[in-house]
Unconditional design. Structure first.
Ligand SMILES: O=C(O)[C@H](O)[C@@H](O)[C@H](O)[C@H](O)COP(=O)(O)O
Length: 252
């Protein structure tokens, strides 16, 4: 398991620039090595910070057709709903780059609109299992769980990552790859989420955190490794890197 690495950037703009460079370098590396790149997105402000990827030089240099895009968590609602992480990523990022539609793995449209969180989680897990069969996603030899190349994660002020919240049982799930929650402390209530073993099987995990609101939780994790905060459990097979802006690092 990779040690947590932390880099503090003077501004959000510099963080955003570094995140684009990190992502672009890994894209080049994995496409060269195996002909494709699997990227897992979260929701929240992260999508805004990905703006540099859709600008030169990355917009032209990245082999977008080789990308496969997933969500570490998703809100159980219609794709058109303002709460949808799919809609957020589509509008802010994915619609601006030529990733084939078939390589974008969103929550099931019908069941999400219907509000059935449990079924959506089961279907998303089934989708991942099919991609394992198709050799798009390997199973990690070390962990036995699906191994993504890069996950881009965010943390809430309460220390949650994906839809793994403090004092909720989803963080302990070890059988399933994708689980669900119907009483999320952050609205909307219904969500699906990768489980911790899947999150930690990723080769590279980049946690990006900006602003003052999560600063106390950042300090709890960095200074005290407070494991009651789900984000403190984040690891990775190769690199677990945390990008903070000055405000997020202000309690360190
Ligand atoms: O669906 C979600 O809410 C997100 O995927 C979530 O896990 C997010 O990454 C964090 O809550 C940080 O969100 P903010 O950037 O909005 O604080």
């Amino acid at each position: 398991m990779a040690q947590r690495k932390m880099i503090v950037f003077p501004t959000k703009n510099e963080l955003s620039q570094a995140m684009a460079e990190y992502t672009a370098n890994l894209s080049t590396k994995f496409i060269k090595e195996k002909g494709l790149f699997t990227v897992v997105l979260s929701g929240g402000d992260l999508i805004d910070w990905l703006c540099k990827l859709v600008q030169p030089p990355y917009i032209d240099s990245i082999e977008w057709s080789k990308w496969h895009v997933f969500w570490v968590d998703e809100r159980v609602c219609a794709w058109e709903d303002p709460d949808s992480n799919y809609k957020l990523a589509m509008e802010g990022f994915l619609s601006k780059v030529p990733i084939p539609d078939k390589n974008i793995y969103a929550i099931d449209k019908h069941w999400a609109a219907d509000g059935n969180a449990e079924h959506c989680a089961a279907l998303y897990e089934e989708c991942l299992k099919n991609l394992v069969k198709e050799k798009i996603i390997p199973i990690s030899k070390k962990t036995g769980y699906p191994e993504f190349d890069l996950q881009l994660l965010g943390m809430g002020p309460d220390g949650h990552m994906a839809s793994l919240f403090p004092n909720h049982p989803q963080i302990n799930e070890k059988q399933k790859w994708v689980t669900h929650i119907t009483d999320s402390p952050k609205l909307p209530l219904k969500r699906i989420t990768f489980t911790l073993p899947v999150i930690n099987s990723s080769l590279y995990n980049l946690m990006a955190i900006c602003d003052k609101a999560p600063a106390k939780s950042v300090a709890e994790i960095m200074k005290h490794n407070n494991l009651s905060l789900p984000s403190a459990h984040l690891s990775a097979q190769v690199e677990n890197v945390w990008y903070l802006d000055q405000a997020a690092a202000s309690e360190l």
